[in-house]
Every structure is written in C-alpha cells, then in structure tokens.
Design a protein around this ligand. Structure first.
Ligand code: GDP
Length: 363
C-alpha cells in the first residue's frame, strides 16, 4: 500500500479518535510535501486554505495527525485563529475518559505530564482561556481535559515532583493488582467488554446490541460511565456491556503504559467481545495484536468472542478467508443489523449463569 493510502487511513483513524473524544468532525485535509515547513508545518499556502475551511465550517479546533513543534503549533494557530492540537493530545483525552482505576488514572496523568513538559512554553493563551479547570479536571474542550490548562501556575519543577510521586504510586500498585487478579471476584452482574481497534465499530455495536436488547435504565449508572450499559440476554439475565479504550495504529511510545493500564478493565470482565473490522486491509495482524495485548494485561483466560464487523462491506471470498482465520467468529454489521441476534445469543451462552444451589434442586 502506498504512502498516500497510509496517510488516508491514518486520517480516518484520527477522525474516529476525535469522535470518540467527543468532537464532531467537520472536514479533513491531506497534504503531500517532501519536508515539513519549519514555520507552520504545512506551509503558508496550505495554512491559508485551512483557515478558509475553518471559517466555512465554523470549526473551533484543528487536529493535526503529526506531531508539531511548539513553535509550529503556535504559528499555525495564529493563521487559522482556532486551537490547534495533535493526535497525541486527542489520544490522551480518550485515555482520561476511560481511566477508572486509581492506577489507570495515575498512568494517564503521568503520560499527560510527560506530554506537557516539553510543551510548557508552547501552550497558547487560547488554551488557558478556554479551560480553567484544576489538574485532571473535566469539562474543557477536546485536548484540554487534563493538566494542560494549569501550566501557568505549575512550573517545571513542580511537574517533575508530581511525576516522581505518580511513578512511586504506580510502582506501589503493582503487587495489589496481581493479588486482585489472583482472586478475581465473580461479578454480581456479569460484565462483557468490547475490545478492538479504534474504528472497528465498537461503539456502533454497543448501541446496536443495547438497542436490540432491553436497555435497563439506571440513571446513576449512566452518569458514572457513559461507556458502560446495562442490558439483558434474550432469556432475561442482566449483564453490563462496556466499550473499552480502542487500539490505535502507531501508538506514540510514551502512551503505551497509559494505554495498557486503561485497557486493564478488560481483565476484570467475564467475556471479551473482540471486534475486528472485516473490511480492513490486514485483519489478521490487528487480531493478533489485540490478542497479544489482552494476554499481557492478564485477560488471557477470559472467554473471547471474535466478531467480524462491517460484514456488509465484504464479499463471500473475503468471508471465507476470515472464517479460516477464526472458525467460530460471528459476522455482524452494526450498520445493517446482520448477525446481531446471533451475537446476542453467543453472549448469552458465554456469560456465567447464577449458581444453582442444592435447595433449589431438592424441595
Ligand atoms: P469505534 O471507534 O470502534 O467505536 O468505531 P465506531 O463505532 O465509531 O465506527 C467507526 C466507523 O465505522 C463509523 O464511521 C461507523 O459508521 C462505521 N461502521 C461501524 N459499523 C459498521 C458496519 O457494520 N458497516 C459499515 N459499513 N460501517 C460501519
């Protein structure tokens, strides 16, 4: 596959990431040039074009797929007149939404500070004006959730102190984590985690399944974590279905630890629904990568249901190939609804049934 195709794929993934982070994606722009422009990265002509797109669409943020130098980011902001962030900032934003455990939160904050440190002077006023939360605060726009907005008060030394403290905390969590794994509590309500690459269709599938089943309303539950839903099997057993943090191609290496700790929620689930984009150019590599990491976070023994989503986009020959890859996979389309009932039956079979006690058997 050509570089142009690769850039196009990467841009699609970036759009999916931005949507996961809560943004509405209005437009995209690709540029080919042998070397980045030292001033604005994309060059002044393209920057003007971008400014027009921003003005026409009313966008309030530009997301760059590449890592910009602080000076390039500022120069670009001066031209386009809105906030400019990069891919890493979007990913960090998603991680902070998914981090639920104390360790996960600490790992994500550490990654945010590592990201922030070399950019301290680069963060423009537009950022601090918009945000105004405390460290780790929520509520600001995409890319500004987290410690970014407090840069004015926090000098480098204090950030370094905080990072040292977080590293110590994280090291102290490790033994507790192992113990927790060893005697994993059976959940009162079985939990099903949806894992897979960003853009595989995890959240579309979550919506499909919970819409097809009975969505059990629970306001408190809903506000606690928007990525978790309660639903029922066809025979009326409750379970939770959660969308886990998506895998990303070419994850920046400084985010690997934060990603793993955020993904650890899958190690706590009873069943993993592993969603693969059937129309992807290389599903077998994606499948293997996800399985490797699932193993590494301690979820190797959890029942896995492999789902080839976007079945509406593949022909019979391709299905045959995928079937060869995972013989008992379920083919579904979150778009057309194909296979959703089969998937729900498979989930129903896989989740643990309540223990039947003797007094039920002997009257
Ligand atoms: P996530 O990042 O894994 O949560 O993926 P999304 O659910 O956001 O879906 C990513 C993109 O794939 C969106 O543009 C969806 O509309 C599209 N999509 C999801 N499921 C299907 C499907 O079954 N068929 C087709 N053709 N597109 C789908």
């Amino acid at each position: 596959h050509s570089d142009a195709q690769e850039a196009e794929n990467s841009l699609h993934e970036l759009a999916a990431l931005a949507e996961t982070a809560g943004a509405e994606v209005l437009d995209g722009m690709l540029q080919r040039r042998p070397n980045p422009d030292p001033a604005t990265y994309i060059g002044s002509g393209k920057a003007q074009e971008l400014r027009e797109i921003v003005a026409e669409t009313g966008a309030d943020t530009v997301v760059a797929d590449s890592e910009l130098a602080p000076s390039q980011r500022r120069a670009l902001e001066d031209v386009v007149k809105v906030k400019v962030i990069d891919r890493t900032a979007v990913i960090l934003d998603i991680f902070s939404q998914h981090a639920t455990s104390r360790e996960g939160k600490a790992q994500v904050e550490l990654a945010q500070l590592e990201y922030l440190l070399p950019r301290l002077r680069g963060w423009g006023e537009s950022m601090s004006r918009q945000a105004g939360g405390q460290v780790g605060g929520q509520g600001a726009g995409m890319g500004s959730r987290g410690p970014g907005e407090t840069k004015i008060e926090l000098d480098r030394r204090r950030i370094n102190t905080r990072m040292a403290k977080l590293r110590k905390q994280i090291a102290s969590f490790a033994p507790a984590r192992a113990a927790k794994r060893a005697n994993r509590d059976r959940h009162e309500v079985p939990s099903v985690a949806i894992a897979g690459y960003t853009n595989a269709g995890k959240s579309s599938l979550l919506n499909r399944v919970t819409k097809a089943g009975v969505l059990v309303e629970n306001a408190l539950f809903a506000t606690l974590d928007p990525t978790v839903r309660r639903t029922e099997t066809p025979d009326g057993r409750l379970y939770t279905l959660s969308d886990t943090v998506g895998f990303v191609r070419n994850l920046p290496h400084q985010l690997v630890e934060a990603f793993r700790s955020t993904l650890e929620e899958v190690a706590d689930s009873d069943v993993i629904v592993h969603v693969v984009d059937a129309s992807h150019e290389d599903p077998s590599t994606q499948l293997a990568t996800v399985r490797d990491v699932i193993g590494e976070v301690g979820a190797r023994d959890i029942t896995e249901i492999v789902v080839f989503n976007k079945a509406d986009l593949v022909d019979d020959d391709e299905r045959l190939l995928l079937r060869g890859l995972v013989p008992n996979a379920v083919f579904v389309s979150a778009r057309t609804g194909e296979g959703i009932e089969t998937l729900m039956d498979r989930i129903a079979d896989a989740i643990p049934r309540p223990d039947v006690t003797l007094d039920l058997l002997i009257p």
